[in-house]
Design a protein around this ligand. Structure first.
Ligand SMILES: Cc1cc2nc3c(=O)[nH]c(=O)nc-3n(C[C@H](O)[C@H](O)[C@H](O)COP(=O)(O)OP(=O)(O)OC[C@H]3O[C@@H](n4cnc5c(N)ncnc54)[C@H](O)[C@@H]3O)c2cc1C
Length: 505
C-alpha cells in the first residue's frame, strides 16, 4: 500500500482479522493490518492434530511464561500464544463456544448484554460455520451418556450437559479468522497485510493516535484511527509502551505517561485447569504396537480424506456441570481428550488412554501484567494470579470429585479405562488439594487486561484517546464460561461496527 491507510489494525489474531475484514466489508476505507509473526501457510496449522507440535514452536508461538504463582507453590506456568496470521486461533483446538448467556449480562456493561451480542455471534457464525466434530473417537461419543437428558447436540455452558463439542473446522482443516475474514477481504484491494513486523508503540499528535512505530523504528501513519488487537498479553504491553498505564510505574521504566490509567494490565485471569489421566487397553488413541499401523497410515489417510486421528483437534468433547451438584447451573467445564497423555512431562508416552480436566467457568482469582522494561523485545511480567481466591481451589476440589462420579456413571462400554493418575494418591480432599496445587495449569484463555468499563469504553475506545480502539480478548471484564475464541471474534466484529458508526456520524 503506497497510500496512507485509513485504519491500522495491530495484530492479525482471532479478533484482529475480524476487525480488518469487517472494516473492509463495510467499505470504511483502506486498512493495514500488522502481524509480528509469519503467515499461517504451514501444514501443521491446517491439520487439527498439528497443534501438538505448534505449541512451543519458536516461530509460531510467543512461548510466554507466568511469574512464579504463589497459589501453585511457586510454579511458573507456560502461556502459549499464537504468533502468525490467525493468532492464537491458528494454534488452538478450535473448540467453539459463545459462552453462557449469563456471562455477558453479568458484565453489566451497556451494549454488551446477551441480547446485544447474540445476533453478532449469529453473524460471525455465518462465516465460521462451526459444526459438531465428525469422526470423534467412540469413547468421546459415549460422553453423551453422562446425563440422561442429553439430546446428542453439543453441550452448553447454560445447563449440565456432555458430548462432542462444536469446532471451526472445514473438511478436516482448521478454518480460522484469517481464513474466514482476512483472506476474503484481501480481494478488495483495500487491505494490506504486513507479516513479520513487530509493533513497539503508538505515537500521538495531540489526542489523536497518529502513527504505529515498529520495533525497527519504521513509522506507519493512519488517517483515521488505530485498533489494538494484539491479544490479552500484547495489547496492554503496547498500550503501556505508548504511555497508557500506571504513571509512576511507567516513569520508573523511562516511559512518558500519556494517560494515568492504572487498570491497564490489571484484572488478568484465565480458566484454571486440572486433569485426570486414564489408561487401559482398547480405550483411547495411544502409542502401542497394536496402533502402530494406524499411526503409520495416518498421514496418508489424512492427506487423502481429511479424516482419521490427525483430523482430531485433541480435545474432542467434554461436559459442563455443577461442581457440587447442588444447582443446575454449571460452574465447571471438562475437556475430554481421547489420547493417552503422559503426566510426567514427556511429550510421548506408551499405552492407550484418555484425559479429562476440570476447568473453572468463572474463576474469582485475579492477577496483573506489567512491563519489566520499555524494551519491546522483553517479555512482560505476567502474573496470572491462579488460585489467589481460596474459593477457586474449593470449587476445583469439588469438581474433581464430581467429575470422577460422572465419568464412572457414563456408559463407556468396552472403551472404559481405569484412572491411572493421580488415582489412589489423591482421594481425600486434602490430597486432591495438594494434587491441584502441584499440577494445576490453565486452559490458555487469558483475558481482562484492558477491560470494558475500566480501560475501554463500551464502544471499545481506549480511555484518554480520540481514535484508538482495543478489540481482542483483553477487553472482557470477566472470562466467559467456556473457550474464548468465539467471544474474541464477536468482539472484533463489534469493534468494526462501532468504528464504522462513528465514522458515519
Ligand atoms: C494452545 C491454545 C489452545 C486454545 N484452544 C482454544 C479452543 O479450542 N477454543 C477456543 O475458543 N479458544 C481456545 N484458545 C483461546 C483462543 O484461541 C483465544 O482466546 C483467542 O484466539 C484470542 O484472540 P485475540 O484476538 O485476543 O488474540 P490472538 O488470537 O492471540 O491475536 C493476537 C495477535 O497479535 C499479534 N501480536 C501480538 N503482539 C504484537 C506486536 N507487538 N506486534 C504485532 N503483532 C502482535 C500476535 O502474534 C497474534 O497474532 C486457545 C489458545 C491457545 C493458545
Amino acid at each position: 500500500m503506497t497510500v496512507t491507510p485509513d485504519y491500522i489494525v495491530i495484530g492479525a489474531g482471532s479478533a484482529g482479522c475480524v476487525v480488518a475484514g469487517e472494516l473492509i466489508r463495510r467499505q470504511a476505507g483502506r486498512v493495514l493490518i500488522i502481524e509480528a509473526g509469519p503467515t499461517d501457510a504451514h501444514p501443521l496449522v491446517k491439520m487439527p492434530f498439528g497443534l501438538v507440535w505448534l505449541m512451543g514452536s519458536k516461530i509460531r508461538d510467543w512461548r510466554f511464561s507466568s511469574t512464579a504463582q504463589s497459589g501453585l507453590g511457586g510454579r511458573a506456568l507456560k502461556i502459549p500464544r499464537g504468533r502468525m496470521l490467525g493468532g492464537s486461533g491458528s494454534i488452538n483446538s478450535m473448540v467453539w463456544f459463545r459462552g453462557a448467556r449469563r456471562d455477558f449480562d453479568d458484565w453489566g456493561q451497556p451494549k454488551w448484554a446477551w441480547s446485544n451480542v447474540d445476533p453478532v455471534f449469529d453473524a460471525v457464525e455465518q462465516h465460521l460455520r462451526p459444526t459438531q466434530l465428525s469422526g470423534a473417537h467412540p469413547v468421546t461419543r459415549r460422553l453423551s451418556t453422562m446425563f440422561s437428558t442429553n439430546s446428542g447436540a453439543a453441550p452448553s455452558p447454560d445447563y449440565e450437559s456432555a458430548g462432542v463439542f462444536n469446532y471451526n473446522l472445514h473438511k478436516g482443516r482448521r478454518w480460522s479468522a484469517a481464513d474466514a475474514f482476512l483472506r476474503p477481504a484481501q480481494a478488495s484491494g483495500h487491505l494490506q497485510v504486513l507479516t513479520g513486523c513487530s509493533v513497539d508503540r503508538i505515537a500521538f499528535q495531540g489526542d489523536r493516535a497518529d502513527r504505529v512505530i515498529l520495533t525497527d523504528g519504521t513509522q506507519l501513519r493512519a488517517h483515521k484511527g488505530i485498533i489494538l488487537s494484539a491479544g490479552s498479553i500484547g495489547s496492554p504491553a503496547i498500550a503501556m509502551r505508548s504511555g497508557f498505564g500506571d504513571a509512576s510505574q511507567l516513569r520508573a521504566l523511562g516511559i512518558d505517561p500519556r494517560h494515568d490509567l492504572a487498570d491497564v494490565g490489571r484484572n488478568l485471569h484465565d480458566h484454571p485447569s486440572v486433569g485426570l489421566y486414564f489408561s487401559g487397553p482398547n480405550s483411547g488413541y495411544g502409542l502401542t504396537l497394536g496402533q502402530s499401523l494406524a499411526w503409520a497410515m495416518a498421514p496418508l489417510r489424512y492427506a487423502a480424506t481429511g479424516t482419521g486421528r490427525l483430523a482430531s483437534p485433541t480435545v474432542e468433547g467434554g461436559a459442563f456441570f455443577n461442581a457440587r451438584g447442588t444447582s443446575a447451573e454449571p460452574d465447571v467445564q471438562s475437556h475430554f481428550i481421547p489420547f493417552k497423555l503422559g503426566w510426567t512431562g514427556a511429550r510421548y508416552t506408551y499405552g492407550q488412554g484418555y484425559f479429562a480436566d476440570v476447568c473453572l467457568c468463572r474463576p474469582k482469582s485475579r492477577g496483573a501484567l506489567r512491563l519489566e522494561s520499555a524494551d519491546p523485545q522483553a517479555a512482560p511480567l505476567i502474573d496470572l494470579g491462579i488460585l489467589q481466591d481460596p474459593s477457586d481451589l474449593d470449587t476445583l476440589v469439588a469438581g474433581i470429585k464430581r467429575l470422577r462420579q460422572l465419568l464412572d456413571r457414563s456408559d463407556f462400554g468396552p472403551y472404559r479405562a481405569p484412572e491411572a493418575h493421580p488415582a489412589a494418591s489423591a482421594q481425600t480432599d486434602d490430597a486432591i488439594r495438594r494434587y491441584i496445587v502441584q499440577t494445576c495449569a490453565t486452559a490458555y484463555h487469558p483475558v481482562g487486561t484492558m477491560a470494558i468499563g475500566t480501560v475501554v469504553s463500551p464502544e471499545l475506545k481506549l480511555t484518554g484517546s480520540n481514535n484508538l480502539w482495543v478489540a481482542d480478548a483483553s477487553v472482557m471484564p470477566s472470562v466467559t464460561s467456556a473457550n474464548t475464541n468465539a467471544p474474541s471474534m464477536m468482539i472484533g466484529w463489534r469493534a468494526a461496527d462501532f468504528i464504522n458508526q462513528e465514522a458515519a456520524a
